[in-house]
Design a protein around this ligand. Structure first.
Ligand code: ADP
Length: 405
């Protein structure tokens, strides 16, 4: 079965075509959707993922973007299938599933309506996801099964004591204000991979999964179920990120808003777009740049890096306490997979839990595959596991289409 995985954002549509017989990536790329300006469209094929199309063109909306994807896959010089019928199913990443979706579902009109209604909790994202689904129906018709896979679904097992905020209860009842988390597909994937690598059943393990990219979240996975996660109602909660602040005393916001006469929207923009690495360093949200500047002795860059390491240490420690133990820790995503300094600084501070870093294994700059980075005698195993959210989406799509999920 060939599955097309779609990640539709407000200004881009990322895609991967995966042959699920052998879980082989056939082609992938990205289509920017820039409205009035020229948009960049890329198309990579084959095992080497060679770029065969990289053009700037007019892409006014998601339907136009989806048409470009189908044109490249089915009709271009470097086509990878002979007809659209060879695309057996489409899996969509959907950001917010609220309390409605605790697992992936086949898309029908009711599901589209529910995802649209949940846009109140994630306005930009869910609207773009729905537009992506509708664009797909527009171009491929309604005979190709489509599946929605939610970023929040894995976190739906959290108990109320973890997902409630201690504010007047009426806001939970009226507006469904609670912790939903994000990156759930990634946390689910790496937790299961970790158990497999440890040669243990996930139902007997306590794991902390650290998805540290530009956006970053940490989850406590107790016997296969998420019991807590660092992102909250929205992805701004938790640890310091590229441009997001992470958690803080809420009165920081009311105080600054009062002093600077800021609207709620401006406060939101400050926390999501102007904070984190960018806010502290004043010049970069990219961890590579911040790391380089810190190494060159720039104090504010050193501070930003230290803050992120410190916050990750605190989360792992608190989740170990929440689960009354921890057997495995996983690092994944852009920074988690590629930054040995971060992993070393974090793990060296967790020796009280019995973590014993394997300095040599951790030092590899670009770990491309699953790697254990603790010694054989370490009481807690730590791993670098490259995440693969698209593969999880494709697997769920196959399982739902075959009726096995
Ligand atoms: P997102 O999907 O949230 O946009 P990614 O998982 O792609 O984020 O991670 C992006 C982050 O990963 C950036 O801060 C980038 O600097 C960092 N990153 C990528 N490669 C490396 C590397 N080789 N060393 C350190 N950081 C890296």
């Amino acid at each position: 079965m060939k599955v097309l995985v779609i990640n539709a954002g407000s200004s881009s549509l990322k895609y991967q075509l995966i042959d699920m017989d052998g879980e082989r990536l056939i082609a992938k790329g990205n289509c920017e959707i820039s409205g009035m300006q020229k948009s960049r469209f890329t198309y990579k094929v084959g095992e080497e993922q060679k770029t065969v199309i990289d053009v700037k063109t007019d892409v006014p909306d998601h339907t136009a973007a989806f048409k470009m994807v189908i044109d490249a896959l089915v009709y271009s010089e470097n086509k990878v299938v002979q007809s659209p019928d060879e695309i057996n199913a489409v899996g969509h990443r959907v950001v917010q599933g609220g309390s409605v979706f605790s697992q992936s579902v086949i898309v029908d009109n009711k599901v589209i309506e529910q995802i649209s209604e949940l846009a109140a909790l994630a306005p930009l994202h869910n609207k773009a996801n729905v537009t992506g689904i509708l664009a797909c129906i527009d171009v491929l018709g309604d005979k190709v099964p489509q599946v929605a896979v939610f970023d929040t679904a894995f976190h739906q097992t959290m108990p109320p004591k973890a997902y409630m905020f201690a504010i007047p209860y009426e806001y939970y009842e009226k507006y469904q204000v609670r912790r939903y988390g994000a990156h759930g597909t990634s946390h689910r994937f790496v937790a299961n991979e970790c158990a497999r690598l440890m040669g243990r059943d996930i139902s007997e393990l306590k794991l902390v999964t650290c998805h540290i990219g530009n956006g970053a979240s940490i989850s406590a996975v107790d016997r296969g179920k998420c019991i807590d996660t660092s992102m909250g109602l929205t992805p701004v909660d938790g640890i310091l990120m590229g441009t997001r602040s992470g958690s803080m005393d809420p009165s920081v916001l009311t105080y600054i808003a009062e002093q600077e006469h800021m609207t709620a929207e401006q406060v939101d923009e400050m926390c999501n777009k102007k904070s984190g690495f960018l806010g502290i360093t004043g010049d970069s949200s990219d961890s590579r740049v911040v790391n380089d500047e810190a190494a060159a002795g720039r104090a504010r860059s050193q501070l930003a890096i230290e803050m992120q390491h410190y916050q990750i240490i605190k989360y792992i420690g608190s989740y170990a306490a929440a689960m009354n133990g921890v057997d495995g820790i996983v690092f994944t995503a852009g920074i988690g997979e590629n930054d040995p300094l971060l992993r070393r600084c974090v793990l060296e501070n967790l020796s009280f839990l019995g973590v014993e870093l394997d300095v040599e294994a951790n030092s590899t700059e670009h770990i491309k595959k699953n790697t254990r980075i603790t010694t054989d005698s370490s009481k807690v195993a730590a791993y670098v596991i490259p995440t693969n959210e698209e593969l999880v989406i494709a697997r769920d799509t196959v399982a739902l289409v075959n009726g096995t999920l």
